[in-house]
Design a protein. Sequence first.
Length: 308
Amino acid sequence: MTGAGDEPGARLKAYEGQPAAVAGVGKDPVNLPMIRHWCEATGDTNPAYEGPEAIAPPTMLQAWTMGGLSGHEGRTGAYDELMTLLDEAGCTSVVATDCEQEYLRPLRPGDEVVFDTVIESVSERKTTKLGTGYFVTTRTDIRVGDDLAGTHRFRILKYAPAGRPRKAPPRPRPVVNRDNAGFWEGVADERLLIQRCAGCGTLRHPWLPGCNACGSLDWDTVESAGAGTVYSYVVMHHPPFPAFDPPYAVGLIELAEGVRMVSNVVGVPYDKVRIGLPVRVEFLRYEEDGTATTLPVFRAVDALGGEA
């Protein structure tokens, strides 16, 4: 919903089209070690990302432009000025909302990346469930020499937090689409289904329309036994959200079948979760507003085989 009486709006709009970075240079050339780290983290085993003819995964486009803690040369003051104006208008909180990427040329090890970033748009004042604020979109054009390799659009909401609602909002429900519907149908039946490529037999999670190992679009499923270990984890403290009760542990669970899945670790205090902790799937069912939802969570199992 668009807010009325948008006094700062005209000042903010003046930043549209202003550069946020000019002739920025990637801190490192495109390189195989970073490609390997990325593929290991995402579980992507596509052979196109290995060997002497390797290309970088297209989704790494933004990674080559990141400035880290020390930032980039070429950064202008326009973006910082815009953020300061939004802070002064009471929009002191920020959340990333979405990004869009367009790939025009593959990046290969040794490519030196340069980029320009522009403040593409600042919305009118909007009222959201988080609060009232402005959507700010930046566009980064990424080049190798004179060739445009890709474009990355990044959008944030800079907002003034709304007051605490009188009634706690419902727990967010999983987003179900045509690619993952089979997984959630299995969960509703308290079955943990893993997608399996019908071409090469590779198991994969999350569910995808095609195999990232051989490219086959045909697949079936196998049912997981539900046993696994904590491969990695984080403890969520912030931001607080009334539907949850932080702190709580979110784990990257490595199932016995070899795939990894993100979910809550339960049955043990959050500060006792450790890498390698044995866990077993448990199906949590809750009902709100007349709608039942089932979620897979992972309960800690102690060394004797009993529940922690």
